[in-house]
Write a new protein. Sequence first.
Length: 217
Amino acid sequence: MRWKNKRIFAWILVVFAVIVSFYLDNTLVRDVSFLRNSVLDKIFLVMTYVSSEVVILAVVTALFLWKDEKRRWVLPLWLTLGVSAIVGFLLKVTVQRLRPFQIGIVSLLPQLQKASYDIWNFSFPSNHSMLAFCVVPILSEQYPKLKKVWIAAAVLIAISRIYLGLHFFSDVIVGGAIGYLIGIMIVRLEKEEKIGKNTYEYIATELRKKRKIRRGR
């Protein structure tokens, strides 16, 4: 009961933070930009580069492929990342919120000048935050010791997006919250339907059959 109350309280705080962030977005982005210096520039540029969709997919997939008993979660993991990417894209093209640097609130670092910000690539929500937080529920289930480390990394990724002028505070808060919710739903789906487990066992069985056939020739 205590755990349930803590979760409810945590989500109330998230909702409150989202509401407040919409009122303070411009101020927060501007204030954070005053902290810019060469050291933080390098740190947060690295954070934003290593948090791309491809890198997150590769890192967490490798983590779950490492041990045989964890491989049943690879499909739910991919499903979580895929759903998060689709939801993020749909929200971006629906809301069409410009990024902070695009409306002149802050400047864009020279290192990011050549990056592609296509017409569909809007600010709300932050896909980086969404993808970083969507895997937290699955990691909590299978690698509980890594949970705090990954959350700390996800928070730094979110901060990097604000620091670099690519997102507002509300973008990363909402993105992280939605990603986390998607992760929770996929974990519950896997526990109830065992889609990942059944798929993995089917593939493993088929591969064993093929190996036996080859050996018998």
